[in-house]
Design a protein around this ligand. Structure first.
Ligand code: PMP
Length: 369
């Protein structure tokens, strides 16, 4: 009998063997500023209420497959235009996968920009879709160019859409890992030019100044995807798609019946009853982001990029050494160096609590000097 590893390499699809698993480092004991989580846990005033609800929850039963009560609460806080629906996912990652499974007719293409959220490419690869990434405009080193860094290359993106005819387009709005919000009129031009489905991924909506939700009814080929992960619920795993019933009814067929468990439905429902508390946390994070941005800009050796998300991208010489130095000082951020040519010497730090940000800044200043 051949060994398990030789059997696996014979039986598995080539593109799976070639993939690198999404790497999540061990963060135990670190100040954790690597994964765009909200640093604030359940607001103390809600803990008792949530604990009681969890204790009484029917975890011996399957969850409500339609998650009717949670969906109603989501609709309540969303301001969804008439006729629009929501579809829930076990995190928005699951929804990217569901969309790729739904649209990958043989030979079809998934298009995004680069650098952006790595799961678009990864999921295209393992669902067997062709992947096309249109480079963002890199102005690093170009002084007085007038254009923002990591900006959308609209002519190149429109040309790629005409040439590649993608069935599915993902645009992160704001973008990860660059933090910028592409101009709304450029995104609108992309939606109008696309023959395929465009998903505007608003994972960081709570920290940004714009959304495509109010525009859903204008575009028959638009869906908006969001997650509650950055709003204090990363551990619950809850994302959703918003859009017209015509799309969501079809996609619903691919959703596994019990993809959102009893506890996520319950706890997210309770938290959404206090949506204003979550939004206040997001406002605090935005203030702390501005402070962190100022502090980073004051370090001569650091180039920090503007952000409308809950993280900041910055460039330093010898990023990997800086990353290691921060880690030695107990601070874990994300090293993007080597991930994409445009992210050479780039690091990404999540905005934490004021104390965490201070610990990060102190460690960085120590390394910089
Ligand atoms: N979209 C973007 C742009 C992201 O950055 C992330 C998380 N890093 C996700 C989607 C996935 O979020 P989740 O699966 O936690 O909902």
């Amino acid at each position: 009998m051949p060994s398990a590893s030789s059997l696996a390499s014979t039986l598995l699809r080539r593109e799976i063997l070639d993939l690198h698993a999404y790497h999540v480092p061990d963060s135990a004991g670190y100040i954790k500023l690597d994964a765009m989580e909200n640093p604030y846990s359940v607001p103390p005033a809600l803990r008792g209420e949530i604990a009681d609800a969890v204790a009484a929850a029917a975890i011996n039963r399957y969850p409500d497959p339609a998650a009717a009560s949670l969906k109603e609460k989501i609709r309540g806080v969303l301001g969804l235009p008439d006729g629009m629906e929501v579809l829930l996912g076990n995190g928005s990652d699951e929804l990217i996968q569901l969309l790729a499974m739904a649209l990958n007719k043989p030979g079809t293409t998934l298009l995004s920009v680069e650098p952006s959220f790595v799961m678009y490419r990864m999921i295209a690869t393992f669902t067997g879709m062709r992947y096309v990434g249109v480079p963002l405009v890199d102005n690093s080193g170009v002084t007085n160019s007038g254009a923002a860094d990591f900006s959308l290359d609209l002519p190149a993106t429109l040309a790629a859409i005409r040439r590649e005819q993608p069935a599915l387009i993902f645009l992160a709005y704001p973008n990860n890992p660059t933090g910028n919000l592409f101009p709304a009129d450029a995104v609108a031009q992309i939606i109008e030019a696309a023959q395929g489905l465009v998903v505007v991924d608003e994972a960081y909506y709570a920290f940004a100044g714009d959304s495509f939700i109010p525009r859903l009814a204008h575009y028959p080929n638009l869906l908006v995807m969001r997650t509650f992960s950055k709003l204090g619920m990363a551990g619950l795993r809850l994302g959703f798609l918003a859009g017209s019933a015509a799309w969501l009814e079809q996609l619903e067929k691919l959703r596994l019946p019990y993809n959102v468990g009893v506890l996520p439905q319950l706890v997210a429902g309770k938290l959404l009853e206090h949506h204003e508390v979550l939004l206040q946390q997001a406002e605090q994070i935005k203030l702390d982001r501005a402070k962190l941005y100022r502090q980073l800009s004051e370090i001569a050796a650091v180039r920090v990029y503007p952000s409308e998300a809950n993280f900041l991208l910055f460039r330093v010489a010898h990023a990997t050494e800086v990353f290691d130095g921060l880690k030695q000082r107990g601070v874990l951020i994300k090293n993007l160096n080597g991930g994409h040519p445009m992210l050479h010497d780039c690091l990404r730090v999540t905005v934490g609590t004021p104390e965490e940000n201070e610990r990060f800044m102190l460690a960085l200043q120590e390394i910089a000097s």
